[in-house]
Design a protein around this ligand. Structure first.
Ligand code: PMP
Length: 433
């Protein structure tokens, strides 16, 4: 993808096309949320203007065609991920919600076994039941969304939450995982790509290690699916979660992917209308996945928009997207490492990271950096990035993160590096080269 193609791509985004020519914003916050191409906005709008109806309810033709669009979006997402069946794609609110669906579902399965609650009636759900002393393994580098649901699950079940400690640069390795997994590990949850260090985890090898001890794997794929070709079936993960709004799609929608066999045994965490087959005053029987997990009125226009986002990304090509973003990350890392007084978090080798870089500007608080950059029109994320334990492990409270997408330009990356150097000068924290 060369510069002229990037310009063409940017023209497809009202957000970028609408920016004034001079003093335009350098949008380097795609890891927090990405902008949407017109095709996504148009798909949402067209659905709402012409086809809006309550899907999977009633018998009208309008409902039929809305349901068709809704389910087509699910099939598009399945195709995008190479999932064998669209029944493996569950709509959630966002990645946080998708991760909670797994943790809360396991809590339900555990409670049902302990109380002898036969009303749950989900075949095979006992396979998820935890016993006191069972272990849930995560890493110290997780986003709070892939930490707190597991804390809560451990608290409710008597399982022990364990974690792989972060190394000095915030990374962790396959060997660290090998040491941390034990015969009692039942769940191993980790991020495919860290939203702080950008570290790319060796997923397939980690899954193989987890399998050896009989643990299920839960992948936080928030920062990978928007940037790389990702095939969960090939990686072998049991569950995976990601958000629509980081992959050029709408907010208000996320995805839980599950291996068919496991998804069909997982109890629903939320219950209510449209997820059931038969309800009496005493009990309910639940539908098979994915509908079992989608109680209540679904995020329909969001699903349609997310389907359009997968079409946009497929047209660009995920391999090409990854290659383009890799060039940008190399440039970003080169700019950072050639600036004395900056501490780069995460791998120094750009080949080991995806789409982002976080730095500490020695001697300047990240919020001051953020404000200075904002005044220069450079939009980044400052703070703990919902990863307080990782920041604590690194001996810091906050950092400044620049993240790229396929629409990012070299100029935007350079403006970030220049602005950070400007902040060093402004706050008297410049270090001689
Ligand atoms: N995990 C990671 C790695 C993330 O970067 C994010 C978003 N910052 C989340 C989980 C949570 O995503 P959401 O807020 O869309 O649920």
């Amino acid at each position: 993808i060369d510069q002229s193609e990037v310009s063409q791509l940017r023209a497809a985004f009202p957000y970028f096309a609408g920016l004034p020519q001079s003093g335009a914003v350098a949008y380097l916050d795609a890891a927090a949320t990405s902008q949407r191409p017109a095709s996504v906005l148009d798909a949402e709008r067209a659905f709402l203007e012409r086809a809006n109806a309550a899907v999977h309810r009633g018998t009208s033709q309008a409902v039929g065609s809305a349901t068709e669009q809704f389910e087509r979006a699910r099939a598009l997402v399945a195709d995008f991920l190479g999932a064998p069946s669209s029944d493996q794609i569950v709509w959630a609110e966002n990645a946080t919600d998708a991760l909670n669906l797994v943790a809360l579902g396991i809590a339900e399965a555990t409670a049902a076994v302990r109380t002898g609650d036969a009303s749950l009636g989900v075949d095979g759900s006992e396979r998820f039941a935890l016993e006191a002393g069972d272990e849930i393994l995560i890493t110290e580098a997780e986003h709070h969304a892939n930490l707190i649901p597991w804390q809560r699950l451990a608290a409710k079940t008597g399982a022990t939450l364990r974690w792989i400690p972060a190394r000095e640069d915030g990374t962790w390795t396959l060997d660290d995982a090998r040491q941390a997994l034990t015969p009692r590990t039942r769940i191993f949850a980790f991020a495919h790509v860290s939203n702080v260090t950008g570290m790319l985890a060796p997923v397939a090898d980690l899954v193989a290690l987890a399998r050896e001890v009989g643990a299920i794997t839960v992948l936080d794929a928030c920062q990978s699916v928007p940037h790389l070709p990702v095939d969960f079936a090939e990686l072998g993960v049991d569950f995976a979660a990601f958000s629509g709004h980081k992959m050029l799609g709408p907010n208000g929608i996320g995805v839980l992917y599950g291996r068919a066999e496991l998804l069909s045994a997982l109890p629903p965490a939320r219950t209510g209308g449209s997820a059931i087959t038969r309800v009496t005053m005493e009990r309910a029987e639940f539908m098979p996945p994915p509908m079992r997990f989608e109680a209540g009125t679904q995020p329909v226009s969001q699903a349609v928009g997310l389907g359009a986002a997968t079409e946009f990304l497929t047209a660009v090509g995920m391999q090409r997207t990854a290659a383009r973003e890799h060039e940008l990350v190399e440039r970003l890392i080169a700019g950072i490492t050639s600036t004395p007084g900056l501490r780069l978090l995460g791998p120094a080798d750009p080949a080991e990271r995806v789409a982002l870089a976080s730095v500490v500007v020695e001697g300047v608080h990240a919020h001051d950096v953020g404000q200075f950059l904002d005044e220069q029109g450079v939009l980044v994320r400052v703070g703990h990035h919902c990863a307080q334990p990782l920041h604590r492990a690194l001996g810091i409270t906050s950092s400044t993160r620049a993240s790229v997408h396929v629409t990012t330009t070299e100029d935007e990356v350079d403006r970030f590096v220049d602005a950070v150097r400007g902040a060093q000068r402004y706050f008297g924290a410049e270090v001689a080269r």
